[in-house]
Design a binder for this molecule. Sequence first.
Ligand code: HEC
Ligand code: HEC
Ligand code: HEC
Length: 350
Amino acid sequence: MTIRWKHLIVLAIIAPLLGLAVGWSGLMSVRASTGHWAVTDWFLHWVMRNSVSARAVAVGDVPPLDDPGLIPGAAGHFETGCAVCHGSPAQPRPDSVLAMLPPPPNLKVVVPEWTDAELFEIVKHGVRFTGMPAWPVQSRDDEVWSMVAFLRKLPDIDAEAYLQASGLHGLGHAGEVSPLPITCESCHAESKLNDGSFVPRLAGQSEAYLLNALKAYAGKTRPSGIMQVAVGTLSVESLPELAAYYTKQTPAARAGAVHDPILIEKGRILAEQGRYADKIPACLSCHDKADANPAYPKLSGQNSAYLQNQLALFRSGGRGGSQYHHLMTGAAKELTADDISAVAAYFSAR
Ligand code: HEC
Ligand code: HEC
Ligand code: HEC
């Protein structure tokens, strides 16, 4: 018995030392060029699948993914954040990434193999040791779900539909757009937005507010994976230029948002009077009045899907923003889901 124990102890000491010796000797190959053995390849992917499936159980309820407003922002982000590795319906994977180990798969083919919760898990957290990155901002599950909604559509869309969805269609021919905002226009062009868009209208917003917002994304005090990537490569000096560009745009005339008049009336009362019992201030005491602080955003005519999403973020404390954002976090704390629909309907139709 004692001899057996001794053997085990000696083994426990020698095994790690042997491991270290092999690592130190340089005999282990880390060459990507030679690929994995088939069995290693199978094993790694098996481990990855099991890990993703196990963690997807804790993801919880899948929100509705069929809202068309979710697609454009995610498709635009896919083009800058994902297509470089995975290719897109408009462009195959470049040869340079096919030499990665493992190579990024063609998502059109593999997406149907995963459930919504599994895709959420992969897109939010990435995959270690493979180059597949995590979502840049871990607090924005709503953005990750919008990407899952887009991935679900991916197998069925062709190049033309992809260019439309990602906003790349016809870009560069507009003539009026100066070079800098071209990438911004792929998502923010007035012509692409409607009341159901989660991407906000920028035209006519004050320069001070736009600049504060861009600085907040760049400085990560306003968490958004999509906007963080969009401003990530810009110099600080270009931000005022972009704010000036959008503040000078005139908001395009468009048919007023169609909402239930009763809902709009409920929103109007809240906007004008607030609700004393719940310490909700009147929204119009800060927003959209003639002598308002220019650093406070205009809400009238903004897309209601965007307004609702931002209000939900403020209410949960996850919106962040400029040095003034705490004012709004206080104002949103006691809003109910019905209040949010009502004020969003009121302001978008205004
Ligand atoms: C730097 C390259 C790179 C970028 C950028 C990238 N990926 Fe990946 N992705 C990979 C690689 C490599 C894998 C393979 C992982 C594996 O097989 O374990 C992968 C795997 C995946 C998978 C799982 C597919 C499967 O069956 O293995 C999904 C889904 C996915 N990526 C979506 C995305 C999305 C959405 C984005 C953009 C937000 C993105 N990826 C950005 C490299 C990348
Ligand atoms: C891939 C799509 C996409 C691109 C490209 C993009 N944006 Fe955005 N933008 C969004 C989304 C989505 C939001 C809302 C993010 C949030 O939840 O905070 C947003 C928000 C903003 C806001 C905040 C507006 C407000 O009312 O608070 C500003 C300002 C802005 N973007 C400017 C820009 C500029 C300037 C560029 C170009 C450098 C750009 N965006 C590129 C999708 C995009
Ligand atoms: C005390 C002043 C104040 C009051 C009252 C107020 N807000 Fe705000 N609100 C702000 C400020 C300041 C911001 C911008 C925060 C930032 O710069 O990041 C803001 C931002 C917002 C945004 C985000 C807009 C965008 O483009 O991203 C929405 C939506 C909003 N408020 C709705 C409301 C509603 C609805 C009410 C009433 C229930 C309300 N606010 C009451 C000060 C206020």
